[in-house]
Structures are given as C-alpha cells and as structure tokens.
Design a protein around this ligand. Sequence first.
Ligand code: GDP
Ligand code: MG
Length: 197
Amino acid sequence: ELRGRAHWSSDSEDSDSSGSECLYRVVLLGDHGVGKSSLASIFAGVGEKDASDHLGEDTYERTLTVDGEETTLIVMDTWETEKQEEDEKWVQDYCMQVGNAYVIVYSITDRSSFESASELRIQLRRIRQAENIPIILVGNKSDLVRCREVAVEEGRACAVVFDCKFIETSASLHHNVHELFEGIVRQIRLRRDSKET
Ligand code: GDP
Ligand code: MG
C-alpha cells in the first residue's frame, strides 16, 4: 500500500532549501519491546554518514524527499520513560497532544501488544476527536515468522476498522521501514492538500 522510493537526506545538507514550513511531529506509540526505538534509530540513520539531527533524547529530525518534495519529520520516541509513573503519565498525555501524525506499533509475535495498539487507537481518537490526524498501524518483527501470533489479515482488518493505514515492518532486516516513513509523509500531504482546496 505504501509504495514508491524516496531520497533520504539530512536537514543540514541543503541549507538553501525553503521547505522549513513543512515540519511535522510524528509520535511513536506502543508497548515496551515492540521495536519503537529500533524503528526510530533507522529513521535517524544511526551509523549512516548523513545521519539526522539529534534533538535531545529520543527525538530525531530528518528531511525526506518523497515524490520530489521535501518534508521534515520530527520523530518522537518519548512514549516510554524510565522515570516515575506519575511523570510517565504526564509525558504520555503530552505525546497524545503534540503529534501531527502517529505510528502505533505492535509486535506480530505478541498478541497483547496488538490489543494495546487497539486501545491506543481508541485513546487517540478520544483525545484528538475533531482532528483527522494520520495514523499508521505497524506490525513489526515480520522477520520472526515462526513466532507469529498476529496474522497479516488481522492487522489489516484492524486498520480498516480504525480507519488508519497499515504496514508490516522488520526493523532487524530494515524491511519496509523507509516505506513506513514515506507513507507518513504522503498521509500528511493528502490531508494538507485536501484542506487547501
Ligand atoms: P521498544 O521498547 O518498543 O523501543 O523496542 P526496541 O526497539 O527497544 O526493541 C525491543 C527488542 O526487540 C530489541 O531487542 C530489538 O533488537 C528487538 N527488535 C526490534 N525490532 C525487531 C524486528 O523487526 N525483528 C526482530 N527479530 N527483533 C526486533
Ligand atoms: Mg524504546
């Protein structure tokens, strides 16, 4: 569903670009251990020479060229914190408020994480009721075929019910990860363009 190729470049590379108005916050949601930080670090280009700008802990900025147009995403991997539970609640409320787009991640090897994903989707809908924000449901760890607990069809069906996009990824194999972030950019643009007309 999320097709096409994009050119990835760092934000600092082309200082003459005028795409600064195209800046969007993408928040990663999901249970502990499903692969959020792994996906974020691939987005951030850890280990690549044109890596992203690291905006403090667990937040990464990178400009993607998708379909010939630049868009800057700020990816926030802040959903889980190491701190006290009260602090965590505050951070989670904040996460629910600030995203321009959401990636809800579960592991295909962990059914309870799939159920949590549904709960997160419901929570998000309640909090951001009037807004038509892009949401992508992600079934990660697709490489672990023998441990699969959630069928592709279940993920797809869930996305239909919850009116969001769906993709399976493998952070370990880097499979579909760039496609995921390109998909977010396209979803953001679809909504932006429909607002303009
Ligand atoms: P988080 O708690 O959601 O941030 O999850 P992490 O990114 O820390 O990943 C939790 C564990 O799952 C780590 O040991 C990762 O190496 C592993 N992991 C993450 N993504 C994948 C994947 O696509 N395939 C496999 N096999 N393991 C993964
Ligand atoms: Mg993490």
